[in-house]
Ligand binder design. Structure first.
Ligand code: AMP
Ligand code: ZN
Length: 467
């Protein structure tokens, strides 16, 4: 499968990551059910916006895009998005793009304009519009557009190759000096790694037209074979019911949310809990709900792993675990319905918690329930707590880039407390209690609570965790 990757001109926002996360859900689900996956993602490291921003910053496009490419990988890691098998940079595949344009030119589907740029001749591809189901019957032959992104209703010959302009990065090639358009990149790189026809092509819904329509036209004009057999388009993320935009003040990068103190795992869960085919309305309440759901999962997992249970097994729990597993897989198999997939897992947790409370969960049940949690986590990947690292890195980044003012005060307070300092305070509290100095013990508990650390007393001793 091929998934359109980022244009590395800025930090990724949560809309971008929703799309990458939904594709991650697909690849993980395929692997879970035993389907081998070869997943290709491009990095668009040359385009109109990169050229403009690099020039404004007075650096080369390579230096400019490298910074955001690295940030993109850090963000993928924070969100536990698996790396595709192949990551392909546009600037490293220029010869493939040139070859494709030459093939298009040979059949008359591409032509060179007066300024040296090459365009795709829409009139040569009567099926144009078949993906977006737009009818371009009345289009004006020869009208051209040379922007990478353009209006949704314009059917015009689009740029395959843009002739060099003074001061812009360009490549000397057999079709002249210039640089590729955005659309030709994806056709060339998809076919390079996956062949002329492949199983699935993914991206956000905004890419249906013109980007994917153009990819089809460029590729099928040369191969006369279906380009992608299936398309997966992730519906857009809205924030508080509105389009996310900087001018609306409702625009968030992953880093913004980490600095507000939200956990990477909660952001991951919040962004995937609504199936890809539906719009996701992102809200802070949703993020808090995801945080609580993860807390439930983790607490239950700990209880199951560390609990001491009597020998034997409980047939009712065995049946419940089997049903949860079957319902979970069926929901994902049903067009990746992530919302329905969550429900049976939480039902099982409820049933198992009740059984533990009543002494009816037995040692033999542990394994069956852990297996269900493992298959849940093979796709959702939120149970193991790896949240400290992304938060630490985000804070480090904020310090380096002068953004400490954006950090939530509670997060700063929490981070100022090391694990060793917490251990010392917890030990002091235990001693205070033993000496019946309850005032001091309570004082320590409150102080830690104020910094987001909760103490749990149990018969096995005292444990603490960060909220
Ligand atoms: P870009 O870096 O702008 O090319 O976008 C990278 C990916 O994010 C593409 O697949 C876009 O379709 C997707 N995308 C952009 N905005 C949103 C959004 N608000 N919701 C979901 N996906 C988005
Ligand atoms: Zn693409």
């Amino acid at each position: 499968m091929y998934a359109c990757g980022p244009t590395v001109y800025d930090f990724g926002h949560i809309g971008n990551f929703r799309t990458f996360l939904q594709v991650d859900i697909l690849r993980r689900f395929l692997k879970l059910i035993g389907t081998p996956v070869r997943h290709v993602m491009n990095i668009t490291d040359v385009d109109d916006k990169i050229i403009h921003n690099a020039a404004a910053a007075g650096i080369s496009i390579g230096a400019y895009s490298a910074r955001y490419e690295q940030a993109f990988f850090e963000d993928l890691d924070a969100l536990r998005v698996e790396r595709p098998e192949i990551m392909a940079r546009a600037t490293e595949h220029i010869p493939r793009m040139v070859e494709l344009i030459q093939k298009l030119a040979a059949t008359g589907a591409a032509y060179q304009a007066e300024d040296g740029s090459w365009y795709f001749r829409l009139a040569s591809f009567p099926e144009y519009g078949k993906l977006s189901k737009k009818d371009f019957g009345g289009m004006e032959d020869g009208a051209r557009v040379d922007l990478d992104e353009y209006e949704k209703d314009s059917a015009r010959d689009f740029a395959l190759w843009k002739a060099a302009k003074p001061g812009e990065t360009s490549w000397e090639t057999a079709i002249g000096r210039g640089r590729p358009g955005w659309h030709i990149e994806c056709s060339a790189m998809a076919m390079e790694y996956l062949g002329e026809s492949f199983d699935l092509h993914a991206g956000g819904e905004d890419l249906i037209f013109p980007h994917h329509e153009n990819e089809i036209a460029q590729s099928e004009s040369v191969t006369h074979k279906p380009f992608a057999r299936h398309w997966m388009h992730v519906r857009f993320l809205l924030v508080d019911g509105r389009k996310m935009s900087k001018s609306e003040g409702n625009f968030y990068t992953l880093r913004d949310l980490l600095l507000k103190g939200y956990k990477a795992s909660a952001i991951r869960l919040a962004l995937v809990s609504v199936p890809y085919r539906h719009q996701l309305n992102f809200t802070f309440d949703g993020l808090i709900e995801a945080t609580a759901a993860i807390e439930r999962l983790r607490t239950f997992y700990q209880r199951l792993v560390t609990g001491r249970f009597a020998d034997g097994s409980n047939p009712a729990l065995k049946t419940a675990a089997e049903k949860a597993q079957a319902d979970y897989l069926a929901a994902l198999a049903n067009d990746l319905n992530t919302a329905e997939a969550r429900a049976p897992i939480f039902d099982l947790i409820r049933a198992a918690n009740t059984a533990i409370d009543q002494g009816q969960l037995l040692a033999g049940d542990r394994h069956a329930i852990l297996a269900v949690l493992a298959s849940f986590d093979a796709v959702f990947d939120v149970i193991e707590d790896r949240d400290a690292e992304p938060t630490r890195r985000a804070l480090e980044w904020a310090a380096q880039t002068g953004r400490l003012a954006d950090v939530a005060p509670e997060l700063l307070a929490r981070q100022s407390l090391t694990d060793e300092a917490i251990d010392a305070l917890v030990a002091e509290r235990t001693l205070a209690k033993r000496q019946r100095n309850f005032a001091r013990a309570d004082q320590i508990r409150n102080e830690l609570a104020g910094k987001g650390v909760v103490i749990e007393d149990s018969k096995d001793g005292v444990r603490w965790k960060r909220k």
